[in-house]
Write a protein that binds this ligand. Sequence first.
Ligand code: GAL
Length: 512
Amino acid sequence: MMQRRWNRRRTLALVATNAAALIFCLALLAGPGLGQLGYGQSFAGRWAATGQPLHNGELHKSILDLTQNGSEIKGKLVALGYGVDVEGKASGNHFELYAWEHKKPIIVGDLVNGELHYMQWGGAFVAHPATAADEFPKLPYLEPPALHKVPYNGLAKTPPMGWNSWNLFAEKIDDKTVRTMADAMVSSGMRDAGYVYVNIDDTWEGVRDAQGNLQSNSKFPDMKALADYVHSKGLKIGIYSSPGPRTCGEYPATYGHEEQDAKTFAAWGFDYLKFDWCSAGNIYKDDKLRPVYQKMGDALQATGRPIVYSLCEYGLGDVQKWGAQVGANLWRTTGDIADNWESMIANIEKQVPTAPYAGPGHWNDPDMLEIGNGHMTADEYRTHMSLWALTAAPLLAGNDVRTMTDTTRSILLNKEVIAIDQDPLGKQASPVKSGDFEIWAKPLADGGVAVGVVNMGPNAGQAKVKAGDLKLNGAVKKVRDLWAHKDVTFTGGVYEATVPSHGVLLLRVSTK
Ligand code: GAL
């Protein structure tokens, strides 16, 4: 009843504003026939959606605020955990909305009897016209602190290495999976190769107790016991939250609880925090990123526990220019990686302007590794690993280490490539383009250079590395092909090799 009243009010408003709405009214009067003119019913308005329950028993909530002009729809999707501009198309009663830079729509659905029925990220949602009761509770605006420099915590002298649950498991992560993954980090040799952080990403959160302490949900019955277990394996453990009131997965987050949560994480025994902007973007403009992140930087240091501080803000706000000032050891320079060539390359290319800002203790992060997740070729994964190493990126595996194939193992555990990433000089390579090839050169602490030649083209091609281009401070003494695991030689100051499409030649050139 209320629904119908709302529809009529909205219809009247639209009639007054544009001709498209007139067609819409005629369509309604004439029934389905005219609706197929292409405009269908209107998608304009504020729609309140609920989705599946979260793992802490709460319900997902979001509001889609849309305007429609003919078949074009525009607006904003605000959920507990994030807010994003959306735009897309309606065709009859069907609609699709895009957000961020996604090539695929994030929302696909239909207008059915005055409700939006749609799929978003694999979940089913039903949205009805929003009423006052659907609006999110207004939280008090907390003014971020004045800027100051948070001292360096002495950690991450080389890019952090480990494993993170998000890329493969997303919300399907739990205590048992983390424990078995920790076991596999040891038995596979990952730990001994340097991958020491086992990081739990989003969806571990429960609700706050009466004292405001954040608890874990039923997937993680005892965080302290889990941290103790991971530590007993000679590994370190990481956790995830947001400076906003909710994480990107909608779970309760740290807004207004910085010191309390930092103390909780330290008491549980965590060694690493990924702090993801998410719903902070519904409260603060980008010019507040720095002071907001500084608040948690201070809170972590006040715990007295060494905790690697990882910012996740998708490259917003020129983070590379101030990340180290808020006490961060790494910061995301890009949106989320996906397990495909285009996404991986797009992320690494966004790293390019950040190169001068990487160095011991503070790193640019083009997101976690997808190696072994199954949607790139072995050549593409070798390129992925090489590019992350050349750009001194954090190496956080995102695959199932318990079941990895020999090929995945040979890529993640290539110690000569890991050594390039972990080189103590901490320089981030930048590319020079040459036809289908990109040449990335990274100066190393021993005076040598790592050089990667990536074949971006669709066909195999001949890569050429000229010693004269490498800005070496002496004659070439030794050249090692880090994927072939063999020494090679320059002839007349040049080394040539055939590189498959999307493959890489990675050399370590030494003057000693
Ligand atoms: C995204 C973040 C991902 C993952 C996810 C969890 O914002 O970039 O890496 O953490 O949130 O909800």
